[in-house]
Ligand binder design. Structure first.
Ligand code: HEC
Length: 190
């Protein structure tokens, strides 16, 4: 009897462990889909704007569309979806404590030779008494990004537009392949 009980208890514990691992895997997949939606929509709109009217116009697209797209995807999905960075352009994208710690960790791992496109952190944590799934994923700097986040590659008219919209801009001087920032997602589980 005692033995049966222990076996049942052990089975229950193992199942609970397996179920939460499965839940987490499902949440990671969902988060990846949202990142693709957010990143994909942004990139498509950015590239279309650059091609149509050049980088100065594209800055305005980023300025107004990036927060709108993030807000729409968050409202539709029930998740909180955003972007952040260690060198911010828009102070409104400042990281919360969890995201800031993940960014610090990614920077150390980048310094140690890991590639930004492999840097990701996903876990279930406790926040304000609630269970919350958090995921942070690094965003590498690509060639097109240098038009507005690079050093000398940034044209004077782009520089002027950035100075007007973002007087506190710190998101300049990035090199191709370097971590530019992160996608940060969260969802309350209870
Ligand atoms: C046409 C200019 C332009 C290009 C090209 C561009 N960005 Fe940006 N980026 C901006 C602007 C403007 C903002 C501020 C958006 C806002 O106000 O939320 C920004 C903000 C960001 C942020 C949010 C964090 C912060 O600093 O505020 C990240 C991350 C980012 N860009 C990554 C990239 C990446 C990666 C690429 C290339 C795939 C890229 N950007 C290409 C103009 C650009």
């Amino acid at each position: 009897m005692k033995r049966d009980f222990s076996i049942a208890l052990l089975a229950a514990m193992l199942c609970a462990g397996a179920a939460s691992a499965q839940d987490k895997a499902g949440l990671v997949e969902e988060a990846k889909t949202l990142i693709q939606q957010f990143g994909g929509t942004l990139k498509a709109e950015l590239q279309a704007a650059m091609k149509e009217k050049g980088p100065v116009h594209a800055i305005e697209v980023c300025n107004t569309r990036a927060p709108e797209i993030a807000a729409r995807i968050s409202a539709d999905s029930g998740w909180s979806v955003g972007r952040s960075s260690h060198r911010l352009r828009n102070p409104a994208n400042a990281p919360d404590a969890y995201t800031a710690a993940a960014i610090e960790e990614f920077l150390k791992r980048q310094d140690a030779g890991e590639k930004p496109d492999t840097l990701v952190k996903a876990e279930i944590v406790e926040e304000d008494g609630h269970k919350v799934f958090r995921m942070v994923k690094a965003i590498p700097t690509g060639g097109v990004c240098l038009n507005c986040h690079g050093g000398d590659q940034v044209k004077p008219e782009v520089e002027a537009a950035l100075a007007r919209l973002y007087p506190q801009d710190r998101a300049r001087g990035f090199r191709s392949g370097e971590m530019r920032g992160v996608f940060t997602l969260s969802r309350r589980l209870d």
